[in-house]
Ligand binder design. Structure first.
Ligand SMILES: C[S@@+](CC[C@H](N)C(=O)[O-])C[C@H]1O[C@@H](n2cnc3c(N)ncnc32)[C@H](O)[C@@H]1O
Length: 234
């Protein structure tokens, strides 16, 4: 039976039919390890930090984070129970402890300002612009002041070839949710919701297009917010 969560999101490879093959396909062809390792290195994870993996999928990033820094406290959330079941199995076989939760990114079961860092890989291209805005606002809410948000997702193509290759992702995941990525609008998404120090850290070319890594910081004091951020959450 479908839960309320399952009716409202685009599954990992566009269709539930492909979910069992997600790890195989992405692992073999998506430069997954390179991207996730790079994001972890940028994030400068520290012992005792509280960290969230947003839209954790089958838990590959979450397990890598815990192996990289076992003394941090890691939560991981995803809308899809099937992906979470795989993630739980992966965490058990890796011998790491991760708190998994099923929820949508717009409404997460976490207290305000509870996390030092939120990480997310290959998730935002599943959302319309309005859903992206609502999700980034929710990340802003759960991060503590000064907390950091690290994202890896499709970015502006590095070349005409990368643009052409990205058509495969658009056909699978939809044009509506991916066009903001190739238009390079992710930094605007973060700064529009109140984040500061928004930076594009690195780009990685794949056989499906260019993946970009971003960092955005929740201001440590509300007065640091700029006037063009007036639409951000209180
Ligand atoms: C392409 S997969 C990426 C998974 C994982 N982060 C990775 O890098 O392998 C996208 C994930 O986003 C999840 N998802 C889609 N919409 C969601 C939403 N609104 N809230 C939470 N998870 C969502 C899907 O269930 C899927 O697991």
């Amino acid at each position: 039976m479908k839960t309320g969560h399952e009716q409202k999101f685009i599954p990992a490879l566009g269709f539930h039919l492909f979910t069992p093959f997600y790890d195989l396909i992405v692992g073999l062809t998506g430069r997954e390890r390179t991207v996730k390792k790079a994001l972890i290195q940028h994030a400068d994870l520290q012992p005792k930090q509280k960290v969230l993996d947003l839209a954790c999928g089958t838990g590959t990033l979450a397990v890598m984070v815990k192996k990289f820094e076992p003394a941090l406290e890691l939560s991981a959330v995803d809308a899809d129970q099937r992906m979470l079941n795989k993630a739980r199995r992966k965490a058990v076989s890796a011998g790491v402890s991760i708190g998994f939760d099923q929820a949508l990114s717009f409404s997460m079961p976490y207290v305000d300002a509870g996390f030092d860092q939120v990480l997310s890989t290959m998730f935002f291209h599943h959302l319309t612009w309005d859903e992206k805005v609502r999700s980034v606002r929710e990340v802003y809410r759960v991060l503590q002041p000064g907390g950091q948000f690290y994202v890896a997702d499709w970015g502006a193509p590095d070349s005409r070839l990368m643009r052409l290759l990205f058509l495969t992702v658009q056909l699978l995941d939809s044009f509506a949710t991916t066009r903001d990525h190739i238009a390079g609008r992710m930094p605007e998404l973060f700064s529009g919701q109140g984040f500061v120090d928004v930076k594009q850290l690195q780009s990685v070319n794949t056989i499906y297009g260019t993946i970009t890594l971003y960092r955005a910081v929740k201001p440590s004091h509300p007065l640091l917010r700029t006037s063009d951020n007036s639409s951000m959450p209180a």
